[in-house]
Design a protein around this ligand. Structure first.
Ligand code: ADP
Length: 474
């Protein structure tokens, strides 16, 4: 092991304003609710004050989107594509600034916001820009029509990437949007509003309303919203499904997960260990498709766990803006409390807890990379989504047992399989009830590849050609 010198990314590239309004009809306007402060979770320092949208503000945003829908949906697809390409290019040009802003507001390591989030955000806009003039070849009929106004509510774990997943396909199909970012991470969505201005996007095509859950609820319930897209907790997803039930609104939900990452005895151990680490410690484990349950074949348990502990001891936790940081800050005090609570339950239910020695900063919200062994299926840490850097280890003897345990969860968003045998990968993929199955890798994303869940992980797919379906009248 060797020491790393500090390698901080400069924050001078971002110019955070003291306060931000709502983005409605192409302009920043005041919100009727009390302002909310967004803080840097690594330091607890306030970054900016952001407006909150009341239901009247949401109504104005929906009206702006409705008015813009006429113009936007009437544009030829090739014209809409030009705007989306322009937005993608501006995102690339401003990528460093946006990455720093994301890391400041969210707490994720700059290495990830710079190398994962931002490239994927741009790629998503490029991908759907390519579809805008080819919708009639997408398999949804000769002249697929947009739905109208999309109300979109997104979480705080990948703020700008979730915005891209929502806005790019909606716009490509000719819809207009009212999007609500999460209350703890509004800043990159507001920077995106500036990008819409920079790209000369017609006013009202994109509207951003900031605020907490009640603002989200007002977007979802608005009678003039035709389509609701939500990413977040299963709990809120249920509330939204109830609100939308019995209306004409179309709904897609991308909710929680408790993915099994399954390692067979013939897997290459070192690669598997990298995949396990990436699966659960990427983005502090704030990932709905995180590989939070490690299922390891009993015969290699000791060898694998030894390697994993050695690897975990090399993870660097700390300043998100340091380019060598592997694990940044937990996004909020509330989330930290939830991770602590579930980890305490793991111990009290009898699992064995281990973390490498690591010094956590004094201020801010932090949690060390944590491993639980001796976990039983019935333990809360095997069943509930922790949404933090906490891995629960279970074992299995046969492939059938691995499938049984992997599927024994109310969720079904993703899974991982590690084995040398191609036939076993296919056999497993056939039986795993999960929207995405990664083989000998984990957490790989591509705009061309659909993403979404089984069971309580939600319904509908985002990404790829099938991702257009959610935004078309098919
Ligand atoms: P997380 O576990 O990611 O914090 P939440 O589901 O609480 O998940 O939050 C995801 C998004 O949903 C956030 O933007 C939040 O403000 C919003 N939200 C929370 N409650 C509601 C609600 N009742 N209706 C609509 N949106 C909501």
């Amino acid at each position: 092991m060797f020491e790393y010198a500090p390698a901080p990314e400069s924050r001078d590239i971002v110019d955070i304003k003291p306060s931000y309004g709502l983005f409605v009809n192409g302009e920043f306007v005041d919100g009727g609710g009390p302002g909310l402060k967004t803080v840097n979770p690594a330091t607890e320092e306030p970054l900016a004050e952001v407006a909150t949208a009341t239901s009247d503000d949401v109504d104005r945003a929906v009206q702006a989107a409705r008015k813009a829908f006429g113009v936007w949906s009437a544009l030829p697809g090739a014209e809409r594509a030009k705007y989306l390409f322009r937005i993608a290019r501006i995102i690339q040009e401003r990528a460093r600034e946006l990455a720093v802003l994301e890391s400041l507001d969210n707490g994720k390591p700059i290495r990830e916001s710079r190398d994962v989030d931002l490239p994927l955000v741009a790629a998503h806009f490029f991908y759907y820009a390519g579809w805008a003039d080819k919708l009639r070849y997408a398999g949804f009929g000769d002249n697929p029509r947009p739905l109208g106004v999309a109300g979109q509510v997104i979480p705080w774990n990948f703020p700008l990437l979730m915005l891209a997943w929502k806005i790019a396909p909606a716009l490509a199909c000719g819809n207009t949007v009212v999007l609500k970012p999460a209350e703890t991470t509004p800043l990159t969505a507001l920077a995106f509003a500036e990008i819409c201005q920079q790209a000369d996007l017609p006013p009202g095509v994109v509207n951003i309303v900031t605020g907490a859950g009640d603002t989200g609820a007002a977007v979802v319930a608005h009678p003039d919203v035709d389509k609701v897209a939500f990413t977040g907790s299963t709990e809120v997803g249920r509330v939204i499904a109830r609100t939308v039930a019995g209306t004409n609104k179309k709904l897609t939900l991308e909710l929680g997960g408790k993915a099994a990452n399954i390692v067979f005895e013939d897997a290459p151990i070192d690669q598997a260990v990298e995949g396990i680490v990436n699966g659960i410690f990427f983005n502090q484990g704030h990932v709905c498709c995180a590989g939070s349950r490690l299922l390891v074949q009993e015969s290699i348990q000791e060898e694998l766990l030894d390697s994993l502990r050695r690897r975990m001891a090399t993870l660097r936790v700390g300043d998100p803006l340091d380019k060598n940081t592997d694990i940044g800050a937990i996004n909020s005090a509330e989330q930290l409390a939830k991770i602590r609570d579930l980890s305490a339950a793991g111990e009290s239910e009898g699992a064995e807890r281990w973390s490498p020695a690591c010094e956590l900063p004094q201020r801010g919200f932090w949690f060390p990379p944590t491993l639980f062994t001796g976990v039983a299926q019935s333990h809360r840490i095997a069943r509930e989504e922790i949404f933090g850097p906490v891995l629960s280890v279970l074992t299995f003897r046969t492939p059938a047992e691995a499938v049984e345990k992997a599927n024994n969860t109310p969720y079904g968003l993703s899974a991982g399989v590690w084995t040398e045998k191609g036939s076993r990968i296919l056999w497993m993929a056939d039986r795993l009830r999960a929207g995405v199955v990664w083989a000998n890798t984990f957490n790989k994303f591509d705009p061309a590849s659909p993403f979404g869940g089984y069971k309580e992980s939600g319904y509908g797919r985002e990404g790829g050609k099938i991702g257009l379906e959610a935004y078309l009248d098919v």
